[in-house]
Design a protein around this ligand. Structure first.
Ligand code: GAL
Length: 410
C-alpha cells in the first residue's frame, strides 16, 4: 500500500496508478511460467503490478500448505491458485471475496461449463474465478523411440506392458515419471479408470466407498502399479514432473502419463506436438475425461479489499486473456464461447473428448489432483499409494486397509 500512496503523490500526468497484487501459485515449470507471463501482462496492462509468490512442488500440495499457514497467520496473498472442493472450504471460513459482480458482467451463468459453475460457487454465489480445464488421462508418446521398437501406439494395458518391457530390454527407459506421491498416484488413478471403468473409479476413489476400496478390482490396479514400479528404473527420487517431460522430449524415455500441462511444457520447449511427441488417451480410457480445474481465489485482508479483489478478478475474467492463457498452459478454456480452432491439435482433441465425455457421462474429477476429497485425505491416500510403489514388499491388503482408515476418518 505504501507504493500506492507514494505513486498517488506524483503529479497526475506521471505514471499510471499501480497497485501491487500478490499471487501465490505453483506454476514454476517452463510451460507454466510462459502462461503465467500472460497473466502478468494482463494485469500490468490494466494498472496492476503482480508480485508472484511461487511455491515449488507440482500438483500444489506444498503451495496449499503454505497458503493455509499464511491464512492462519492473518497474512494471505491477494489471490491464490487452488482447485476443487477446497474452494468451498476456504469460503466456509469467510476469508474469500465473492466475485458475483464479475460473474454477472462476464455472463458466467451462461458461458461457463456447468461443472465450472458448480466447482466455483457456494451459497455465497461465485467465490472463485475458474481459469483452466486440464485433462489428466493422457499418454504422451515419443514417436521416434516407439518406431525404433517397431511397435504401434498401445491401446490396452497388456500392449502397454509388453511395449514397456520390450523398451527396457532395448535399453530405453519405458516411462518418464517423477517419484513423487501425486505423480505415482496419478498412474494409479489412470489404472483404476482404465481397468475398472468410471463407475468403479467414482465409488472407490471419489466417494471412498469401503466395499469398493476393499475389492478385487482395486487389488488388480495395485498389482498393475507394482508391475510398473518393477519396470521403471528407480529414477532420482523426488524427480519433478517437468524433469520427466524433458526426458520424454529428449528421447530419454518412451512414455509419460499425466495431465496436459505436459503439453504446455512441450510447446514451451519447441517440441513438435503431436508429430514428434503424440498425445493419446491412456490405454483403455477412450471416451473418459478425467479432469482437474485451476481456479483463483481472492482473499480478504487489510491490504486487499473487496473492490480491489473484484477489479483484479474482472481483469482476469477477460475472455481473450482466458483464451491466451489456456493456449499456452496446454489446457482448454472453462468457457463454452471461446474459439480454440488455432490451439494445438491435442487441445482440440481434449475439447472433443470432453464433449463426448459429457454426452456419455464419463467426465470424472481427479481425486489425486484435488478435485474430489479434502486435501488431508487426498494427500494421505497419495502417500499410501506412493509407499506401496516404493516398498516392493508391501502387500496390497496393507494399502487397502490404510486407504479405508483414511476414508473412515474423512
Ligand atoms: C496441477 C495444476 C496444473 C499444473 C500441475 C503441475 O495441480 O492444476 O495447472 O500446475 O499441477 O504442477
Amino acid at each position: 500500500m505504501n507504493k500506492l500512496v507514494s505513486l498517488l503523490s506524483l503529479p497526475l500526468l506521471s505514471l499510471p496508478v499501480y497497485a501491487n497484487v500478490e499471487f501465490l501459485h505453483w506454476w514454476t515449470s517452463d510451460g507454466e511460467k510462459q502462461a503465467l507471463n500472460v497473466l502478468e501482462k494482463q494485469l500490468t496492462s490494466h494498472g496492476l503490478a503482480l508480485s508472484p509468490s511461487p511455491v515449488l512442488g507440482g500438483g500444489g500440495d506444498s503451495a496449499m500448505t503454505v497458503l493455509q499457514a499464511r491464512a492462519l497467520a492473518g497474512n494471505p496473498p491477494s489471490f491464490a491458485q487452488t482447485e476443487g472442493p477446497s474452494i468451498k472450504s476456504w469460503d466456509a471460513i469467510g476469508i474469500l471475496h465473492e466475485v458475483n459482480s464479475v460473474a454477472q458482467k462476464h455472463h458466467w451463468d451462461e458461458t461457463l461449463y456447468p461443472l465450472a459453475r458448480e466447482i466455483n460457487k457456494t451459497q455465497n454465489g461465485y467465490v472463485a474465478l475458474p481459469l483452466t480445464l486440464h485433462r489428466l488421462n493422457w499418454m504422451w508418446v515419443n514417436h521416434k523411440l516407439l518406431n525404433s521398437l517397431g511397435q504401434p501406439v498401445p491401446k490396452t494395458w497388456q500392449q502397454m506392458f509388453t511395449i514397456m518391457e520390450l523398451a527396457k530390454r532395448n535399453g530405453i527407459s519405458p516411462l518418464a515419471v517423477g517419484e513423487q506421491p501425486w505423480q505415482i498416484a496419478m498412474l494409479f488413478e489412470n489404472l483404476v479408470i482404465s481397468t475398472q471403468g468410471v463407475e468403479f473409479y467414482t465409488k472407490a476413489m471419489v466417494e471412498l466407498q469401503k466395499e469398493s476400496i476393499d475389492s478385487e478390482p482395486l487389488r488388480l490396479a495395485l498389482q498393475q502399479l507394482r508391475r510398473i514400479s518393477l519396470l521403471v528404473e528407480n529414477s532420482l527420487p523426488d524427480t519433478k514432473w517437468d524433469t520427466a517431460t524433458r526426458a520424454l522430449a529428449s528421447d530419454q524415455a518412451l512414455f509419460q502419463l499425466g495431465g496436459d500441462w505436459i503439453l504446455g511444457e512441450l510447446m514451451a520447449n519447441n517440441i513438435n506436438v503431436p508429430n514428434d511427441v503424440g498425445c493419446y488417451a491412456t490405454p483403455e480410457s477412450d471416451g473418459v475425461f478425467l479432469f482437474n480445474m485451476d481456479s483463483l481465489i481472492f482473499m480478504a485482508s487489510k491490504s486487499f479489499n473487496f473492490s480491489q479483489a473484484n477489479h483484479a478478478a474482472d481483469i482476469l475474467a477477460d475472455k481473450d486473456f482466458q483464451r491466451d492463457f489456456n493456449q499456452l498452459k496446454g489446457s482448454i478454456p472453462v468457457r463454452e464461447d471461446i474459439d480454440i480452432s488455432d490451439f494445438n491439435p491435442c487441445q482440440i482433441q481434449s475439447y472433443q473428448d470432453f464433449q463426448v465425455g459429457i454426452t456419455n457421462n464419463k467426465v470424472v474429477p481427479s481425486m489425486i489432483d484435488s478435485m474430489a476429497v479434502n486435501p488431508v485425505a487426498q494427500q494421505a491416500i497419495n502417500s499410501a499409494i506412493f509407499r506401496f510403489y516404493r516398498d516392493k514388499d508391501l502387500e496390497p491388503d496393507t494399502v487397502i486397509k490404510r486407504i479405508i482408515a483414511i476414508a473412515e476418518s474423512n
